[in-house]
Design a binder for this molecule. Structure first.
Ligand SMILES: *Cc1c(COP(=O)(O)O)cnc(C)c1O
Length: 780
């Protein structure tokens, strides 16, 4: 390795700059990855997603290729460090939150389990946006990350895509996805050569009509106007049309006759953004001479759909006229699909095109795929019982649950070396490939030596995070305080505003001499969608409160509030190992699964959460005594919504503590630091609407959180044992388990073999049919 590195750099490692070492290692990783590519036999998965939040790649690839320790040692010998080397790698900006991170975890697990499965997406030049804070407000700039050496390579292949009657060339870039001791798969990303970052003006503004220049600039361009909404359709179609052409081309090369497409390809539609792949495939098959009915059948057998949300506003519905303008070639297909549905049922809520001429993408997905899955047990139940109940009645066999997971390679091995090593010293290395082995840790629940060491590692991680944050934002934290962390997208349903109200409540309590059992460091990491005003108001209130508290010596002894700028995978990797209390406080029924919750528990944090999403299963895995649960149940919440009689003002008027906290938001102190319009508008939003029902859960949250803080302070052994049992109970949440279930129930992917060029022919010839209806009935 040393010789190889030095040969690439043409000098000794000690003489190399980090940039030179980075480039050399990138070359070595690419060579090693290539050596693990395997030919496909049978069905191959294409995971289509608008987002892949993959995070930095170097360290993770070194771990997966089994050369991390060697490289680490070599660098150390030469007075360099891998940690510093990591700093120079830009984080790919190809995703936004949990959905994109899930896609990235899935790619890792597919490769690790030696399953043939590639990602298909778009190459965004500036990602979502880069966040910084100015005057206690979120400020957005383009997240340029494409400068310098790139993991993705230009394949030289292009696909023609017709948008609004004009032809565009989608260029295919590809990057390697390594598995932990597994195969190498690919992430396929499409881009246009004509995209021009020069058209970005102030912040992240740009001309939304210059499609050839703007198409892949940003992920989720502002859709608060018509042009923005159309731009999303443009983007989605570029992705699915180029993707579908690539898939058909690959399958045909392997001997597919298109009638048997489902024997060669499984396509997973990650949320509704790639839904147009359904009509696009039907259209392409039509061009190749396959009649509509058969094409629709083939596509239904090939495709499966994952639902990620029950928030109605997140289920895409496009005006027919927009689609007619941007993708006129698809409309005849979509109308035929709609007619086919209308022959089957006259229920308006099952139609693809409704009476108001809106095209319901999720409805098309459910009708014309063979599997619809939710992402946590509770979420799937809610889909079946309420949100998608009419669909469930029509197609009970299509519905199944696949509880999300996370890759332990990134979220333990890579982000928490000390803990990984310590676990290995206790139970051996088996947990790295078989996460269920973490259970063995439970045997140490009463071993004081182990518990003490565990807490030492946690403290060291809190210090590391604190140092990192100090370098980044000049903020110093107290590692002996309890670190409560809420990091995730800023959304009202996730209820950062509930945490805000708690912190204000504590402010008053401290002022009145009721001190918390331990000093509290409240850490937030969150981006708000640029056009989402209330979310931005919540950020503003948190930043303003942070300043108010900081200025008050009496309170700042006990509370510190920190917002980590530009929350992304890199930040998450620093924050999560440092967390004591994991804040998972969404309104029950609204968080489909959450995956942050899993990362935190795996790193020894205890969850404070509602019975929502995967929190329910986390509680199952660790037992009620090792998690702090509070708040209304999903049933209660759903009933309140159905009756429509939730009145926030009543709670505000009858609960003096709540009222005191809410009034503080636009009180004198906050106004002395913050913006009146923003703070007032947040307060009005809460008192007048509180659409995500923070008020009914306020008291329960305060009580439960204070209990956690007290346990942490007063009973550190109990706390350490809870932390240990959370780690040992996290095995179920490995994305290896999730992917194995997808494969078993939905994909039935082909075996992979090391196949040389000559043998490939024989493999193709022997490609058998799967010979069974692909629909999944197992989980019903
Ligand atoms: C895991 C992850 C998320 C998802 O967090 P949730 O709490 O599940 O919403 C979002 N962003 C980043 C950077 C992540 O790593």
């Amino acid at each position: 390795m040393k010789a190889r590195l030095e040969a690439l750099c043409k000098k000794s490692i000690a003489e190399c700059s980090y940039e030179e070492i980075y480039r050399a290692l990138m070359t070595i990783v690419k060579e090693e990855s290539k050596a693990r590519e395997k030919a496909v036999k049978g069905r191959k998965l294409y995971y289509i997603s608008a987002e892949f939040l993959i995070g930095k790649l170097l360290s993770n690839n070194l771990i997966n290729l089994g050369i991390y320790d060697e490289v680490d040692g070599l660098l150390k010998e030469s007075g360099k460090s891998l940690a510093e080397l990591e700093e120079i790698e830009p984080e790919p900006s190809l995703g936004n939150g949990g959905l994109g991170r899930l896609a990235a975890c899935f790619l890792d697990s597919l490769a690790t389990l030696d399953l043939p499965g590639d990602g298909v997406g778009l190459m965004y030049h500036c990602g979502l946006f880069r966040q910084n804070f100015r005057n206690h407000c979120q400020n957005e700039t383009p997240d340029y990350w494409l400068d310098g050496a790139q993991w993705a390579e230009d394949t030289g292949k292009t696909y023609e895509v017709s948008l609004a009657g004009k032809e565009y060339e989608a260029r295919l870039y590809r990057l390697d996805v390594t598995g932990y001791d597994g195969r190498t798969n690919k992430l396929n990303l499409f881009d246009l050569d004509t995209v021009d970052e020069g058209i970005i003006s102030e912040g992240i503004q740009f001309d939304k009509t210059e499609i050839d220049k703007n198409l892949t600039l940003f992920l989720y361009p502002d859709d608060s106007d018509d042009e923005g909404r159309k731009l999303r359709i443009y983007q989605q179609y570029l992705m699915v049309s180029a993707g579908a052409q690539m898939i058909l081309e690959e399958c045909e090369k392997r001997g597919c006759k298109l009638h048997d497409l489902a024997d060669y390809a499984a396509i997973q539609i990650n949320d509704t953004h790639p839904s147009m792949v359904i009509p696009e495939l039907i259209r392409l098959l039509g061009e190749k001479g396959i009649a509509f009915e058969e094409a629709a059948e083939i596509v239904t057998k090939t495709c499966a759909y994952t639902n990620h949300t029950i928030l109605a506003e997140a289920l895409e519905k496009w005006p027919e006229s927009y689609l007619e303008e941007v993708v006129p070639q698809l409309m005849p297909v979509i109308r035929k699909l709609d007619e086919a549905v209308k022959e089957k049922t006259d229920r308006e809520d099952l139609a693809i095109i409704d009476k108001g001429h809106l095209v319901h993408m999720a409805n098309m997905d459910i009708h014309f795929t063979h599997s619809t899955n939710g992402v946590a047990a509770l979420h799937t139940e809610i889909l079946k019982e309420s949100e998608l109940n009419q669909f469930y009645q029509l197609y009970p066999e299509k519905f199944n649950n696949k509880t999300n997971g996370i890759t332990f390679r990134r979220w333990l091995l890579s982000c928490n070396h000390e803990l990984t090593e310590y676990i290995e010293s206790l139970i051996g290395p088996g947990f790295k490939k078989d996460a269920s082995e973490l259970k063995k840790l439970a045997a140490y629940g009463d071993d004081q030596k182990v518990l003490k060491r565990l807490m030492e590692i946690k403290t060291a991680n809190k210090k590391k995070f604190s140092d990192w944050l100090f370098k980044k934002q000049g903020v110093a934290l107290k590692p002996d305080s309890i670190f409560s962390i809420q990091s995730k997208r800023l959304h009202e349903y996730k209820r950062q505003q509930l945490n805000l109200l708690y912190l204000i409540h504590q402010y008053f309590e401290i002022k009145n001499g009721h001190l918390p059992a331990a000093p509290i460091t409240a850490v937030f990491g969150a981006k708000a969608a640029p056009a989402y005003i209330t979310a931005k108001n919540i950020i503003h209130a948190l930043l303003t409160l942070s300043k108010v508290v900081e200025k008050d010596p009496e309170v700042s002894k006990w509370i510190q509030i920190v917002l980590v700028e530009n929350y992304n995978v890199t930040a998450a990797e620093k924050m999560i190992p440092a967390c004591d209390l994991s804040e998972q406080i969404s309104l029950a029924s609204k968080e489909a699964s959450g995956t942050g919750n899993m990362k935190f528990m795996l790193n020894g944090a205890v969850t404070l959460g509602t019975m929502d999403g995967a929190n329910v299963e986390i509680a199952d895995c660790v037992g009620g005594e090792n998690i702090y649960i509070f708040g209304q149940s999903s049933r209660q919440v759903i009933r309140l919504y159905e009756k429509g009689d939730y009145c926030a003002r009543e709670w505000y008027e009858t609960d003096p503590n709540l009222r005191r906290a809410v009034d503080f938001i636009d009180g004198e102190l906050m106004l002395s630091e913050g913006d009146e319009g923003s703070l007032r508008s947040l307060k009005n939003e809460l008192v007048g609407k509180d659409w995500f029902q923070t008020f009914p859960d306020f008291n329960a949250y305060v009580v439960r959180k204070n209990q956690a803080v007290t346990d942490y302070a007063v009973n550190p052994e109990k706390w350490a044992k809870m932390a240990l049992l959370n780690i040992s109970g996290a095995g179920y949440f490995s994305s290896d388990r999730t992917i194995a279930e997808y494969n078993e129930d939905i994909w039935h992917l082909g075996e992979t073999e090391e196949v040389s060029g000559i043998e490939e022919e024989a493999v193709r010839a022997g490609n058998g049919h799967l010979g069974q209806d692909e629909t999944d009935q197992k989980n019903i």
